[in-house]
Ligand binder design. Structure first.
Ligand code: ADP
Ligand code: MN
Length: 516
């Protein structure tokens, strides 16, 4: 027994017995007896208070567990499951890193090397490359803004006289083959052929292609089970980790649950927290749109970007995972354009990979109703119509965008006005099918408001002219559509030949603004 230790202990606060601090053998065990009823009571009180506090601080644990994050039936343990899964993922990563270090140590500078590839926990297919870590919102510049479209010479060669280069040129062809390796499956390691100006002969390229495809099939077989299990959950572990980090960093207070599950995205509600930077304010309520990483879902969306010259360069270079992020990125940029034009729409909070956080349209976790679900007085309906007409014009003229999925499903009624959402597929009017998309939007809007009894509602052809500023006079749908396609074709040819879009597409010619 060390009496010094006891003596060094701070004197007890409160009305403790005076002999205690003097006793060299420390406090006798019997002190509990001297505990008054009031002490016991207050201890209980303290416990109660603590419990209360805990409940107030961590309601999300239960809320999240009820959400789509977890498929486990036991609600109490499911948040533990989530944490365990995340820890396991981190552990697996570390394990792999260790394997890589060992691999390096054994191989050294030797020309012949061994690989621990098959022992890795996280297969390259599932892992992100470091460049994936780039946060898209760091690109302040809107890369989708139409700059200069590239012209591809029709004649099939460039240069003059003996400097002429055809597409069959060995060097050009070799470089092209190297670039085409980017199209191989993401896990297929092709090295930095472009960086070192590697030129692949057709023969070598074809052999590599063959190999890449058989590898892809092998990998698909290997991971069929894994993919399946993640598809069952609405959110895969990686997304969960992203969301978890958002809550952990304090940016989001709690994620309360799922608002919508669509084919291509899942939308969650969250209460906003505090921003890391002072100049940014996180809205009190947020909507989190998670673009689904199940690759197949996006196949039918190809048409929106495949022909879009703004994407031509990027599209061919991206792997499917990045293409999905591109949708999220596109939605962010389109929303920003709309915000700048003053169109009521969600405000972008942050974009992390395929997860877009924006302000929530609605209140107290209840999302604003879609226009298709809300019952409006005829006066409000008329007001809504003119507002939509105005927004379509603004979208076209000021944002240089066509919504391309505009209907009563993507318009919310909130605060006595219409809000536009879901703009990841929106394109510029000069998109090869941009005007067709616009016409489809016009048809949806026109039909909806006519059915809703707005007598003033223009028909789809009038609406198209009013929004675009064109003056197509065809009085039936078939001819009208044919003229639209002819316009698109004309613009395409013009872009091909002159490297710029037709002047009639520019916003110089003011379309008449229809107003109440
Ligand atoms: P999808 O491509 O799945 O249609 P949406 O962007 O239309 O994606 O979102 C789906 C649903 O989620 C919407 O119909 C709406 O009910 C809800 N939602 C999306 N964004 C928000 C938001 N910012 N505020 C409130 N609800 C939203
Ligand atoms: Mn939608």
């Amino acid at each position: 027994m060390d009496p010094v230790g006891v003596a060094a202990a701070p004197p007890e606060a409160g009305p403790g017995p005076a002999w205690r601090s003097k006793c060299p053998w420390g406090a006798p065990n019997t002190t509990s007896i001297s505990c008054s009823l009031a002490d016991v009571m207050s201890e209980q009180l303290a416990k109660e208070l603590q419990l209360e506090e805990e409940n107030a601080a961590f309601p999300e644990v239960v809320a999240v567990a009820e959400g789509p994050f977890i498929t486990g039936e036991n609600v109490d343990t499911s948040s533990d499951l989530m944490l365990a899964q995340m820890l396991q993922m981190e552990f697996d990563r570390e394990y792999d890193a260790q394997l890589r270090r060992e691999e390096k140590k054994i191989n050294g500078d030797s020309k012949v090397s061994i690989s621990f590839e098959n022992y890795r926990k996280v297969h390259p297919y599932d892992s992100d490359s470091s460049e994936d870590e780039v946060d898209w919102q760091d690109t302040r510049h809107d890369p989708y803004r139409a700059d200069k479209p590239t012209t591809t010479p029709r004649k099939g060669f460039i240069g003059k006289g003996k400097d002429i280069t055809t597409k069959h040129d060995e060097v050009v062809c070799g470089r092209k083959n190297t670039a085409r390796m980017e199209n191989f499956a993401p896990e297929f390691q092709v090295g930095d052929g472009i960086g070192m100006d590697l030129k692949l002969s057709n023969q070598v390229f074809n052999a590599l292609k063959q190999h890449a495809y058989s590898e892809e099939r092998r990998s698909a077989r290997l991971h069929e089970k894994k993919e399946h299990s993640t598809a069952e959950k609405a959110v895969d572990p990686k997304t969960r980790l992203l969301l978890y980090k958002m809550v952990n960093s304090g940016m989001l207070e709690t994620i309360t649950g799922c608002i919508s599950t669509g084919k291509e995205s899942v939308v969650f509600h969250a209460y906003g927290g505090k921003s890391a930077t002072e100049d940014k304010v996180i809205p009190p309520e947020c909507a989190i749109k998670v673009f689904k990483t199940t690759l197949n879902e996006f196949k039918n969306r190809d048409k929106y970007i495949k022909d879009d010259y703004r994407f031509k360069d990027r599209f061919s270079k991206l792997n499917p995972r990045k293409i999905i992020r591109m949708w999220a990125e596109k939605e962010m940029h389109n929303l920003t354009r709309m915000q700048n034009a003053g169109i009521p729409c969600p405000q972008v909070v942050i974009l992390k990979k395929h997860v877009l956080v924006m302000s929530f349209i609605g209140q107290d976790q209840v999302p604003a109703p879609k226009l298709k679900d809300v019952t409006l007085s005829s006066e409000d309906m008329k007001k809504a119509y003119y507002q939509v007409l105005n927004m379509m014009q603004q979208l076209y003229k000021e944002c240089n965008l066509v919504h391309a999925d505009l209907s009563e499903y993507n318009m919310l009624w909130h605060d006595g006005k219409v809000w536009l959402i879901d703009v990841s597929q929106s394109v510029e009017p000069t998109h090869p099918h941009g005007l067709e998309f616009l016409f489809r939007d016009c048809r949806n809007v026109s039909q909806f408001f006519q059915k809703a009894g707005v007598a003033e509602a223009l028909n789809e052809r009038e609406l198209f002219n009013a929004v675009s500023g064109f003056n197509i006079t065809a009085d039936n749908e078939v001819d009208f559509q044919a003229e639209i396609e002819a316009l698109e074709k004309m613009n395409e040819d013009h872009v091909q030949n002159h490297g710029k879009k037709l002047s009639m597409f520019s916003s110089d010619g003011d379309p008449p603004i229809y107003d109440e």
